[in-house]
Structure formats: structure tokens, C-alpha cells
Write a protein that binds this ligand. Structure first.
Ligand code: 6PG
Length: 239
């Protein structure tokens, strides 16, 4: 009998090209709010994982002025840099200043990754927390110039196996700071919807690699419902 070799399933990508970053951000805000309304109608709560970095900042600032049932929102983070809680480089700090400090989401429903307690403790505590959530409703992710997402970097374990832990500790990230805690690709994939937000010409090579089938870390996140990639159309040029 031949040995069956199961190749990794392909990532189901839906590419959404926008004329510019503003249009992309407006579409992302609308999609987030509609996903929230649907989740709250269906299950009484909305569990969303936020992307770090700078790309989502304007989306978060636009959400500050949105009308939503904030009392039913539960906020998680896809990754966090190992800095003190209020450090300007923390992903949780960016989201708080841009959005979360300005809306009435109960503080007990906003879950920063506690990297101020050290990577090991933070990874353990956050795994215990997210393991209580069977499936997120929406995960937001960015894309790095090298094809990384969250803190899943090239030549590093993406945590995409079926038995991968929910959180990963990164001690030598090529993007400063070197120490980070990330949700694993497996855990990021346990979501009803997932949107990548990709803007800026610096991401052109990563997008080209992605679309040509290279196994950049972003391809390791494979929710059953596929991934929606919101991208500036200029990044498609040359195809
Ligand atoms: C981080 C982010 C990281 C980010 C990408 C894109 O902690 O740095 O989680 O994965 O999303 O590096 O960053 P920009 O949005 O700043 O381009």
C-alpha cells in the first residue's frame, strides 16, 4: 500500500484591493463593526484579536467614534512586545491611546498580554486565558516586510501544528524588540473570521512572495473560513 503523504492544506486567501489606505481603513472599520453586530446577535459577545504595529492605528482611531455595543466586546492581542505596561512601544498601549481608552468596553474585557511580568509568565497566563475561548469571532493581523505576522517570524516555529501551544515565546525576533509573546498560528486560526491589513510599499515583496506561493509565516495562519487580505492595489502592481 502506498504511504499517504498529507501535504499541508493550502491557505484560502481572498484578496481585497483598495485604491488607497483610507479606503482600506474605512472598509476594515465597517467589516469589524458588522462582524461585531453579527456575533453579538448570535452569541451575545464579540471576541476580537487586535493586530499590533502601526498599520491598524487609523482603524482603531476610527473605531473610537463608532456606535457599538461596547459592553459585549472582548479584546485580545495577537502578540506583544516585552516592555513595561505603559511603554510607548507596547501594542496594547497603541490600541489604548487610539481607541480603547475612549470607549466603554469594560476593563475586565480588555486582555493585554502581560509581558511586563516576563515572557514565560505572560505566555502561560495568556494561554490559560485564550484557552477559555473556543473560537475568536475576528482576528486582525498585520504583515511584516519579511512576511511575518504577529510575532511569527521566518525561520522560527509558527506553532501551526495541531498540538501547538496557544502562545509562543520569541527571544530573538528580527524586528525589535527581540523578546515577544505571540499567539501561535494554530490559535490565531481558531477564529470565525480573519483579516490581514496590509498597507505601504515596504510590504510589496512580502505580498509578491505570498501570492507566488512562498511559505512566508503569514501563510501558516489558516482558519477554516479562509483569510481576507485587505491590501492597497499598488501592491498588486507588476503582476
Ligand atoms: C508587532 C506586530 C507585527 C506587525 C507587523 C507590521 O508587534 O510588530 O504585531 O506583526 O503587525 O510587523 O507592522 P506595521 O503595521 O508597523 O508595518
Amino acid at each position: 500500500m502506498p504511504v499517504l503523504h498529507h501535504s499541508k492544506p493550502a491557505q484560502n486567501c481572498r484578496w481585497h484591493a483598495f485604491k488607497n489606505a483610507d479606503e482600506l481603513e474605512q472598509a476594515a472599520v465597517a467589516r469589524i463593526l458588522s462582524a461585531a453586530q453579527q456575533a453579538i446577535e448570535d452569541r451575545g459577545a464579540f471576541h476580537i484579536v487586535l493586530a499590533g504595529g502601526t498599520t491598524p492605528k487609523k482603524v482603531y482611531e476610527a473605531l473610537r467614534d463608532a456606535k457599538a455595543e461596547w459592553a459585549a466586546w472582548h479584546i485580545y492581542f495577537g502578540d506583544e512586545r516585552c516592555f513595561p505596561r505603559e511603554h510607548a512601544e507596547r501594542n496594547s498601549r497603541m490600541a489604548a491611546l487610539a481607541w480603547l481608552d475612549h470607549v466603554s468596553i469594560p476593563a475586565a474585557q480588555i486582555h493585554p498580554i502581560p509581558t511586563e511580568e516576563g515572557a514565560t509568565v505572560a505566555a502561560e497566563k495568556y494561554a490559560a486565558l485564550v484557552n477559555k475561548v473556543n473560537s475568536f469571532d475576528l482576528v486582525l493581523l498585520g504583515l511584516g516586510e519579511d512576511g511575518h505576522t504577529a510575532s511569527l517570524f521566518p525561520q522560527h516555529d509558527a506553532g501551526d501544528s495541531a498540538d501547538a501551544p496557544s502562545t509562543l515565546i520569541v527571544s530573538d525576533a528580527p524586528k525589535p524588540p527581540p523578546q515577544r509573546v505571540s499567539l501561535s498560528a494554530r490559535r490565531l486560526s481558531a477564529t470565525r473570521r480573519l483579516i490581514f491589513l496590509v498597507t505601504g510599499n515596504s510590504k510589496a515583496q512580502a505580498v509578491k512572495d505570498w501570492r507566488s506561493g512562498r511559505a512566508i509565516p503569514a501563510t501558516r495562519v489558516m482558519p477554516e473560513s479562509g483569510v481576507d487580505i485587505y491590501i492597497e492595489s499598488a501592491l498588486f502592481d507588476g503582476e
